[in-house]
Write a protein that binds this ligand. Structure first.
Ligand SMILES: C[S@@+](CC[C@H](N)C(=O)[O-])C[C@H]1O[C@@H](n2cnc3c(N)ncnc32)[C@H](O)[C@@H]1O
Length: 253
């Protein structure tokens, strides 16, 4: 595993910049679970971060499990979900090796987090472990951004985030991947006011890139198949079509 981006060491800041849209994301997860799953309201989130989605699922009556490699993220999530007792299990774990002790109606891994696994061996190991942790009829929702080599341009997105008394400005830049190296460079700047001054947290890291053909090939090598694809807004999409940020609904073969 490559070194973790420094923004993951500040869970409260990570949570602030990802808070907006979380309710919609949780709604979409439950909607897709209803459409493609087996009706069992148990969910696993690999690399669960601050548990923002797990919290939303708990409020909707689900039992949840999450794991993450970062001790700081887990400590934050434990505190956040402390009131839910036996409905929650949290653990420290690596996507390429964590084997859950039980099965789930829904497994979800979004925000291109799967692309932190920088080798095919690790990525396949994760897919196989998750396939083995699905209830019969359960669904694994994998959310990731795809590359179109030779066409992708460097990109920059800016968000202003505000919650309670806290504010932040989040700038995410990306440098496209080459098919030879399969590395997309992501550079994050999060600026927060601290009294009369501003603090800037810079964090840069590489994610493994996937074209539509590459993710499709990888999934074929696992014991999963692609049942459907959706845009992040939940609209029907086609793998290899114009929509590049996708949720793939994966089912065991
Ligand atoms: C983009 S955040 C996503 C967090 C959460 N899933 C969400 O949607 O907000 C990525 C998370 O992946 C975790 N992570 C990165 N590499 C990992 C790995 N190899 N195994 C487990 N967790 C990992 C980081 O600690 C971080 O919490």
């Amino acid at each position: 595993m490559s070194r973790l981006p420094s923004i993951y060491a500040d869970p409260a800041l990570y949570d602030l910049v990802h808070a907006e849209g979380t309710d919609d994301e949780v709604w979409l997860l439950t909607h897709l679970a209803q459409r493609h799953g087996c009706g069992i309201k148990t969910a696993l989130e690999p690399a669960c971060g601050t548990g923002r989605c797990l919290a939303g699922l708990l409020r909707r009556g689900w039992r949840v499990e999450g794991y993450d490699v970062s001790a700081a993220m887990l400590a934050f999530t434990r505190k956040r979900l402390a009131g839910w007792g036996g409905r929650v299990k949290l653990a420290r774990g690596e996507m390429a090796s964590y084997r859950p002790a039980r099965r789930f109606g829904l497994i979800f891994n979004g925000l291109s987090t799967f692309r932190h696994l920088t080798s095919e061996r690790e990525a396949l190991a994760h897919l196989r472990l998750m396939a083995g942790a699905l209830e019969p009829g359960g669904v694994f929702l994998l959310g990731l951004d795809l590359s179109v080599y030779g066409q992708d341009e460097p990109d920059e997105e800016v968000w202003e985030c505000r919650r309670g008394g806290r504010r932040a400005r989040h700038v995410v830049m990306s440098i496209p991947a080459e098919p030879e190296t399969r590395r997309e460079r992501i550079i994050n700047f999060v600026t927060t006011p601290r009294g009369a001054r501003e603090t800037v947290l810079e964090s840069s890291y590489d994610l493994r890139s996937y074209s539509a053909a590459e993710i499709s090939e990888l999934i074929k090598k696992s014991s999963l198949r692609i049942e459907a694809a959706y845009g992040y807004d939940g609209k029907d999409a086609i793998l290899g079509g114009p929509e590049r940020a996708l949720w793939l609904a994966l089912k065991p073969r």
